[in-house]
Design a protein around this ligand. Sequence first.
Ligand code: SF4
Length: 181
Amino acid sequence: MKILLHACCGPCSAAPVPALREEGIEPVAFFHNPNIHPFREFRRRLAAFRELAEAYGLECEIDRDYGLVEYLRLVVGREEERCRICYEMRLSETARKAKTLGLETISTTLLYSRYQKHELIRRTGEEIAAAHGLTFLYRDWRGLWQEGIDRAIAMDLYRQPYCGCIYSEQERYDKKLRRRK
Ligand code: SF4
């Protein structure tokens, strides 16, 4: 069975891809992440994803466009909802891509992260898949957290220090903001 697996980055794909293969599922990885800013960070994460795809012999589809403007148009003024919007953006495009490729099932490596809103990802994925006549393959890969880190380190992959958007970059480095929160 083949599925379209939205890949948020290389390190977060490191454990889910082998886990799927163990189940007899071959993922086609789709890199579409307009939420990664700024541009040099986007390029760096894309390069790490390509390295992983090469090392794993992974079939992949890559959206090389830097999506800052597209992302901000949807998020500005609705910052409190930004993660939901961000998941919707990426998973909607994944569903559209799956239709183009003739694949019937989608999933996402976001389900690997301990720092993401796991239930929201699940709900969003299921709703979007259903709206496109697709199936959302839900897996809780958070238990593979350390395995993914170990694999990424073994491959010497770049591991990012913040989620992706410029807001998350500030939350990571702005101590005053963190204290206020
Ligand atoms: S914090 Fe992460 S999931 Fe939330 S909007 Fe920013 S990049 Fe997207």
